[in-house]
Write a protein that binds this ligand. Structure first.
Ligand SMILES: [Zn+2]
Length: 283
C-alpha cells in the first residue's frame, strides 16, 4: 500500500530490519525501483530532492508511486529529502508525498527546533511523517559542500532534547557519513550511534549510505537505524550504463533499448542493498 515513513519504520522496528530509502534521479528509473522492492518482499522509500521533484513534477511522482503501490501490492513511501524551504514541504504534501524531511541542521539549535516544530505540526495534521536532522553530514548536498573540519557529530543529549521538543518521526544522525561518497568507504562512529540509540526512542536515519561498508550496515540496523539512504550509487550506476549504451548505438536506435539496461543496473543495486537491510540472519 501507499504508506508513511512512520508505518514502515514501526514494522522495521518490530522485526529489526532497515528500510532502504533510494533517491530517484529521473522518472525512467522509478518503476524498476519499486519492482525491485516488490521482488525482495520489502517496503521501499522513494525519495526525491526538491530539485528532482520540480523537474518531474511533485504530482507526477506521487501518482506513479501511489499507482504502483496499489497495483503491485508493495509498501511505498514517498519522501521529500533535505527540504529547507517550507514552500517545498507544502508543495510535496499537497501533491501527495507521505513523508518529508526538514533539514534545519545548519541552523542554530533552538532555531532548528522551532522550525522543525512548525513542519511537524503542519505535516502531522495531514497524516504525513517528518524526519529531522541534527549534526552535519559531510559531502555535497544540493550544491553545498561541508568541509571535513566543519562536520559536527550528533550529540546524544541534544538529540534527546530535539526529539522530545519537535515530535519528529525519525532523526537523521551525523556519525561520519558523507553525501556523494562513492570512490571510498567511510569510517563510522558506531559507538556514538549505539549511544544515540540508547538515549532516544525514534527510528534513526543514515544519509550518505553509498559510502558505508556493507559489514557496517548490519551493525547500523542493530543500533536502531530504520531508514538508510542510498542515492549516489544509483546515480553513478545509471549514468555509467547510459554512457556505455548511448556511446555504442545509432542515433535512431530505440530509446527504450538504451534505457532498459540503465534501469536494470539500478534494480540490481537496490535488490543487493535490500538483501543486507533485511538483516535476515539476525533476530
Ligand atoms: Zn542526505
Amino acid at each position: 500500500m501507499y504508506t508513511t515513513l512512520r508505518k514502515v519504520t514501526e514494522k522495521a522496528e518490530k522485526l529489526n530490519f532497515t528500510v532502504g530509502s533510494f533517491n530517484m534521479h529521473n522518472l525512467e528509473m522509478l518503476p524498476s525501483m519499486i519492482m525491485a522492492a516488490k521482488e525482495m518482499g520489502s517496503p521501499i522509500i522513494i525519495q526525491t530532492s526538491a530539485g528532482t521533484a520540480k523537474y518531474i513534477g511533485y504530482g507526477v511522482i506521487a501518482s506513479v508511486c501511489k499507482y504502483m503501490a496499489e497495483h503491485e501490492s508493495v509498501d511505498v513511501v514517498l519522501h521529500l529529502d533535505h527540504a529547507k524551504d517550507f514552500q517545498d514541504i507544502r508543495d510535496a504534501i499537497e501533491a501527495g508525498y507521505t513523508s518529508v524531511m526538514y533539514d534545519g541542521s545548519s541552523l542554530p539549535f533552538k532555531e532548528n527546533i522551532l522550525r522543525t516544530q512548525e513542519v511537524v505540526n503542519y505535516a502531522h495534521a495531514r497524516g504525513v511523517s517528518v524526519e529531522g536532522e541534527l549534526g552535519t553530514i559531510g559531502g555535497t548536498e544540493e550544491g553545498v559542500f561541508v568541509k571535513e573540519n566543519e562536520k559536527v557529530f550528533t550529540d546524544p543529549e541534544a538529540a534527546k532534547q530535539f526529539v522530545e521538543a519537535t515530535g519528529v518521526d525519525a532523526l537523521a544522525v551525523a556519525i561520519g557519513t558523507n553525501h556523494g561518497q562513492y570512490k571510498s568507504k567511510t569510517e563510522l562512529n558506531l559507538p556514538l550511534l549505539k549511544k544515540i540509540n540508547e538515549t532516544i526512542d525514534v527510528p534513526l536515519v543514515i544519509h550518505g549510505g553509498t559510502g558505508v561498508k556493507e559489514e557496517d550496515i548490519r551493525q547500523c540496523t542493530n543500533y536502531g537505524v530504520r531508514k538508510f539512504n542510498v542515492g549516489t550509487e544509483l546515480l553513478v550506476g545509471w549514468t555509467k550504463e547510459a554512457k556505455r549504451m548511448f556511446g555504442q548505438t545509432k542515433e535512431d536506435a530505440s530509446l527504450r533499448n538504451n534505457i532498459l539496461p540503465c534501469n536494470d543496473v539500478v534494480s540490481t543495486v537496490i535488490k543487493h542493498k535490500i538483501g543486507i537491510f533485511l538483516n535476515l540472519n539476525a533476530n
